[in-house]
Write a protein that binds this ligand. Structure first.
Ligand code: UN1
Length: 488
């Protein structure tokens, strides 16, 4: 750990929150959580920083994010290694997570010159209407253990170029990766030169910190990623003060495998999206809807592949499935498998291989019900069968969550039907690609209990700004809209 701290320029802390590696239970280090009075000061500082930062031209704000991208490029390997140690991701996925941060920084730098408004045709003569986008205020980012740094970057890079200060409450399970990223950001800030103090701050801790941020009217936007249960607490707290929230909550993502599908491609996509990251992505494939005509052979083949999945130390070459984040997660998986069995499910795999290590499970279910409707944050893939595409799409949509979805088909009509208005009801609907592993260029998020927020690409930046509509009269009369007359 000492070498890693040095490579990341981190100073070890001796705090009250310990970081435990899911790989072997080793204590990696600790960080300090703030007291209630500290939280108040942190928020006040964020407010002051915002007032200064919003006056900095957006392309100049982009320069800070460009420098952050440089720091991340330079520290990619050690930061990825820390992600592996603290979150249990395999090396390639740890590197991918840091790459995702670099990608969003690049995106945000370009965006810093493209925060475009609109010119609107006015109904009145010699009038012009415009729409401008202004900075919003301090943005609180609440992130989860499974993408301990990338999801922060999606929010932070956009929020910063949009003129906002940022506060970050990372998962209490991954405090060190957060501390490492703040060290890199501090370095970028130092190189930038004149960024206001308090522009980007870190608040370690549990749900009480998230709730304090959600309650505080000085926080303009709360962007929270995590379970639907967390969202049910945070969302109403923010709404009660008419604040803004951006919620990225649970997913129960499905893939339809049609009779015409390229089954080799489908197999690869299924293994990555269902077993990758040990089933701990919000976009993880959780339900497989296979056409009756191919189901027997395809499921048998998948069960055989599942048995070959290399589970083990995520630092080792060739391992594809690392540990679950903690023992409670492995217990929850075992409970879900018991529930599936009691619903008549046939379970392939799913054995516990250590306190936190599990073999991914493939579970054939007769009915789309009970445990299948819940998001269990573990590598369990429920398999269901269908006859007609309409039935498969209905199953895809018949869960409370609406994050991601996919179809494997070579039939153009089926592919288009799936992504049409009347097709998948999710925020993400893919064709011949699994539901996980999105690029940053697209807007990321989902409907229903997933929370409705969108982060990352396209116009998600608008969530971090406020809209101002301006009507300008450059004539010498005062015509009223809708032809209203009001003259003495
Ligand atoms: C998450 O699991 O919270 O699309 C985010 C993906 C990743 C991000 C997942 N790019 O799977």
């Amino acid at each position: 750990m000492r070498g890693l701290y040095a490579a990341l320029g981190m100073v070890p802390e001796n705090g009250d929150l310990e970081s435990v590696s899911p790989i072997d239970g080793e204590i990696l280090g600790s960080v300090q959580t703030p007291k209630a009075a500290d939280v108040d000061k942190i928020i006040a500082d964020a407010r002051h920083a915002f007032e200064a930062w919003r006056a900095v031209p957006a392309p100049r704000r982009g320069e800070l994010v460009r420098l952050l991208g440089e720091e991340l490029r330079a520290a990619k390997e050690p930061l990825a290694r820390l992600v592996t140690l603290e979150a249990g991701k395999i090396v390639s996925e740890g590197l991918g997570e840091v790459q995702e941060m670099i990608d969003i920084c690049d995106f945000a730098v370009g965006l810093s010159r493209q925060l475009y408004g609109l010119t609107i045709a006015s109904e009145r003569p010699e009038h012009r209407m415009i729409e401008q986008w202004h900075s919003l205020g301090p943005v609180a980012i609440v992130s989860a253990f499974n993408f301990p740094v990338a999801v922060w970057a999606w929010n932070a890079a956009l929020a910063l170029v949009c003129g906002n200060s940022i506060l970050w409450k990372p998962s209490e399970k991954t405090p060190l990766t957060a501390a490492a990223v703040m060290t890199l950001l501090d370095r970028a800030v130092a190189r930038f030169g004149d960024a206001p103090a308090g522009l980007a701050q870190l608040l370690h801790g549990g749900r009480e910190i998230g709730e304090a941020l959600a309650r505080d009217p000085r926080i303009a936007l709360v962007s929270a990623t995590g379970s639907t249960r967390m969202g049910r607490t945070i969302g109403p707290l923010v709404a009660a003060r008419f604040g803004r929230s951006l919620l990225e909550l649970g997913g129960n993502n499905a893939m339809i495998v049609a009779p015409s599908a390229d089954l080799k491609l489908a197999e690869r996509a299924i293994l990555f999206s269902a077993a990758g990251t040990a089933g701990q992505r919000c976009t993880t494939l959780r339900r497989l809807i296979v056409h009756q005509s191919i189901a027997d052979g395809f499921v048998a083949r998948l069960a055989a592949l599942y048995a070959l999945l290399p589970v083990g130390d995520p630092r080792d070459d060739g391992v594809l499935v690392g540990p679950l984040i903690d023992e409670a997660a492995a217990d929850t998986m075992a409970d879900a498998l018991d529930a599936a069995r009691s619903q008549g499910g046939i379970v392939h795999g799913g054995e516990r291989l250590g306190p936190r290590f599990v073999r991914p499970a493939l579970v054939e279910m007769a009915a789309h019900d009970g445990v299948v409707l819940q998001e269990t944050f573990a590598p369990i893939l429920y398999v269901l069968r269908y006859d007609t595409l309409a039935e498969a799409i209905a199953l895809n949509n018949a869960v409370p969550q609406g994050l991601s979805s996919a179809i494997f088909t070579t039939d153009l009509r089926e592919a288009e039907a799936f992504i049409a208005d009347t097709g998948s009801d999710c925020g993400i609907a893919n064709v011949n690609i699994g539901p996980s592993g999105a690029e940053i260029g697209g807007a990321f998020g989902g409907e229903k209990e997933t929370g409705g927020g969108r982060e990352s690409g396209t116009d998600s930046w608008r969530a971090y700004m406020r809209r101002s509509t301006n009507t300008i009269n450059y004539g010498s009369a005062l015509p009223l809209a809708q032809g209203v007359r009001f003259e003495i």
